[in-house]
Ligand binder design. Structure first.
Ligand code: NAP
Length: 368
């Protein structure tokens, strides 16, 4: 273990997203996991006992004997990443930020606050400028909160961003087909979802409609200014383990040929690629031309689960273009999104091995 690594605490470490964090951080060159936290059901137990591992491959050895702690400060780490349920996330995350920890959250509780970045590093790294105001207004010292969007929203926004940058977007209609792992574990009962489609995912439609406009909008003096287009979303739970698919119709402000649209998507590169961040995919958006792609089983792991795949790109008889975009909901849509956010914060000097409160620094001195 390198002594310069940023020490990470995972809140909600036993859940579907928490397990992805543990898996993705196992061999990370810049981060090491030093604390795990979950509910009182798990607290005080070794991780191997508290957590039933539900991902392919074994539970990483480093985590097995770590004792699960309450998701409250102090934790022995420089930064916390959070995959707590939204009803408990706000209080816990604000407590960590107040105590001096940078907080990088997956939960929805703080996403739409006017002083909180809703970050996708490819799209809106300039929104990090709001952190100074957040610290001042909330009286945080070394702590702050950065969030990543809802899983379906991230996947769709990555395909919309290059189109909005090149041609402007006037309207979006989106229809999702979302995997069961998006509901956490045990999530949707099997007797509800096998041989079935459920046309309701609580809170998902308003999240896609509002978060997309914040992400693709700009940061004003005292608040975020939403992107000036309407988004209409309908969300469905389908019988797929991992991988959310979104069928999108888009109306553009400027005329564009289908070749220009394809080229804008396929050539999209941005800040994480320029900075060569560890978790950044080479191609954030892959474009496939087969009749029957993308498919969850075949395409969710593209780019290590960090690329989204666009297919079925055609002119649309009502709007200008339509396409299908697919991404891995617990990787690009959750844990991988937060880790990429952490890598960007580190590259910007906003996250270091000395981030976090005094108590964490003292803990580090003891450990090293
Ligand atoms: N799954 C996805 O694709 C996805 C994508 C994007 C964002 N998210 C968001 O990420 C968060 C976690 O989702 P998930 O799918 O990982 O859920 P999950 O599998 O249900 O895991 C929830 C985690 O939170 C802990 N927890 C539950 N109640 C708690 C409480 N009262 N106090 C403290 N800890 C508590 C659980 O610990 P125990 O094991 O001890 O109960 C577990 O570690 C949610 O906010 C979700 O909206 C999920």
């Amino acid at each position: 273990m390198s002594n310069n690594k940023v020490r990470v605490g995972i809140l909600g470490a036993t859940g579907m997203v928490g397990q992805r964090f543990v898996q993705m951080l196992e061999h990370h060159p810049g981060f090491e996991v030093t604390a795990l936290a979950a509910s009182d059901r798990s607290q005080g137990k070794p991780y191997a006992e508290a957590c039933t591992w539900r991902l392919v491959g074994d539970m990483p050895a480093f985590a097995r004997a770590m004792i699960v702690q309450p998701p409250q400060p102090p934790l022995d780490c420089d930064v916390v990443v959070s995959s707590l349920p939204s009803d408990v996330a706000r209080a816990s995350e604000e407590a960590f930020a107040r105590a001096g920890y940078p907080v990088i959250s997956n939960a929805s509780s703080l996403r739409m606050d006017q002083d909180v970045p809703l970050l996708i590093p490819e799209i809106n790294s300039q929104h990090l400028d709001v952190l100074e105001r957040q610290k001042q207004e909330r009286g945080y010292t070394t702590g702050y909160v950065v969030t990543n969007p809802n899983c379906s929203t991230i996947i769709m926004a990555l395909a919309l961003a290059p189109l909005h940058a090149k041609f402007g977007i006037e309207a979006v209609i989106a229809t999702t087909l979302q995997a069961v792992s998006g509901a956490g574990y045990p999530g949707v009962p099997s007797l509800d979802v096998v041989d079935n489609v459920i046309p309701f995912i609580g809170g998902e439609e308003p999240k896609m409609e509002s978060e997309t406009r914040k992400i693709l909008g700009s940061l004003g003096r005292n608040s975020f200014e939403n992107a000036p287009f309407a988004v209409s979303a309908q969300c469905h739970r389908v019988n797929v383990a991992d991988g959310h698919l979104v069928a999108v119709r888009v109306k553009l402000a400027k005329r564009a040929t289908i070749e220009q649209v394809r080229e804008a998507l396929a050539s999209y590169r941005s800040v994480p690629q320029e900075l060569n961040l560890h978790t950044a995919p080479k191609n954030p958006v892959l474009v496939r031309s087969e009749d029957d792609r993308p498919q969850p089983r075949l395409d969710r792991d593209a780019g290590g689960g960090m690329s989204v795949t666009v297919g079925r790109l055609f002119p649309d008889s009502v709007f200008d273009y339509r396409f299908v975009v697919l991404g891995h909901n617990t990787v690009r849509g959750a844990a991988g999104a937060a880790i990429l956010n952490a890598e960007l914060l580190q590259a910007r000097g906003l996250l270091t091995a000395n981030s976090g409160p005094e108590t964490a620094a003292a803990g580090k001195a003891r450990v090293r």
